[in-house]
Design a protein around this ligand. Structure first.
Ligand SMILES: [Zn+2]
Ligand SMILES: [Zn+2]
Length: 350
């Protein structure tokens, strides 16, 4: 065959010209000279196809991905290997170098391009909400009929921050705007309502208590008539703590454990465990605090009775022997609690 461009007659022909003439104008890849990328200067999120995504990825990674997404490889190329390099940053422009080696019709070729990736810094909608102090919910951390102590405040703050940290990957509004500290508790202002619910559950898991939500209308869209609401979520933690003594259903109990679902107790008369759901909270009566526990020792014991000294009156008191107390010996120290003139030996070890 005869090549109309160079006149050669002995070469492989493609589209009526010889392979060398064909490859003279052939490009293995096409890539724009300049690629524009919208990135958020706060979170490095980037705008792609109208949506903000890939938050918190390093700038270099954004540049490499922009290059990869904009390179088109010709279908004729085989065994291709592409190398990308950021040569230097000039302000917000990354000067890049793209190199490809590959085969076309069995011939090994090499090709390179200079590409500028321009990073247009803006602020994504989530960051702009965050910067403006936008919040959808407020968690009010309160206690029922008592003060919250500094250790509890510290633990609560920690739980709020750690939980938001974990949620932030999936919810960019999982941020804390501020902690207000009125006398009766802490108010956590949180960007996202959805994440606030998870945060308040985490608090309830630690402290127990009752959650209540109350939406407040903050403004109304005149055109649609729809209201814009903010949600106040209160967690009222119980009047009692682990170690305190309560009365419930005619049972006197020592609280051994508090969780998001229930209060776990041990009955004082027979040391048997029982639990109370939070929905029955109002029926729980706090009768003694753990600070009221006293210490005394065992004077004598028999199979049915155990004798101790009342530490306040120094009177000898006979108590019923139970299975849990069988292991105690004369002279042993024990913890006791006095409730309505009745003394109970606590099951806890000394
Ligand atoms: Zn030719
Ligand atoms: Zn952002």
């Amino acid at each position: 065959m005869f090549c109309p461009e160079c006149g050669s007659t002995d070469k492989k022909m493609i589209d009526n010209i010889c392979i060398d003439c064909f490859l003279k104008d052939f490009h293995m890849i096409t890539v724009p000279d300049t690629i524009e990328v919208e990135i958020c200067s706060h979170c490095n999120g980037k705008l792609e196809k109208g949506k903000w995504k890939d938050i918190e990825i390093p700038q270099e990674e954004i540049i490499y991905r922009a290059l990869e997404n904009n390179i088109q490889i010709n279908d004729l190329v085989e065994d291709d290997e592409i190398e990308l390099e950021i040569v230097q940053m000039r302000g917000t422009i990354a000067e890049c170098y793209v190199e490809i080696i590959g085969k076309v019709y069995g011939k090994s070729l090499e090709e390179s391009h200079d590409v500028n990736v321009r990073l247009n810094k803006t602020v994504c909608p989530n960051c702009s909400k965050r910067n403006s102090g936008y919040y959808e919910a407020v968690i009010q951390f309160r206690a029922d009929k008592r003060e919250i102590d500094s250790q509890e405040f510290e633990t609560a703050d920690e739980i709020v921050l750690n939980t938001l940290d974990k949620l932030f990957d999936k919810d960019k509004l999982a941020y804390l705007v501020q902690i207000a500290k009125p006398k009766e508790g802490h108010d956590y202002y949180i960007g996202s309502y959805k994440s606030s619910k998870k945060v308040v559950r985490a608090l309830q898991e630690e402290f127990g208590g009752i959650i209540k939500e109350s939406p407040r209308l903050i403004s109304e869209d005149k055109s649609t008539g729809k209201g814009l609401y903010r949600i106040w979520i209160s967690l009222r933690i119980p009047k009692f703590r682990v170690g305190d003594f309560i009365k419930y259903d005619d049972k006197n109990g020592e609280i051994t454990y508090i969780s998001g679902s229930k209060v776990q107790c041990v009955e004082l008369t027979n040391h048997k465990p029982f639990s109370i759901q939070w929905k029955n909270y109002e029926s729980i009566e706090l009768i003694k605090n753990k600070e009221d526990i006293e210490k005394t020792n065992i004077i004598s014991k028999s199979p049915s009775l155990i004798q101790i000294l009342d530490p306040s009156t120094y009177e000898v008191v006979d108590l019923k022997m139970t299975k849990e107390l069988e292991g105690l010996n004369i002279g042993d120290d024990v913890y006791i609690i006095k409730i309505e003139n009745q003394i109970y030996i606590l099951a806890k070890k000394l």
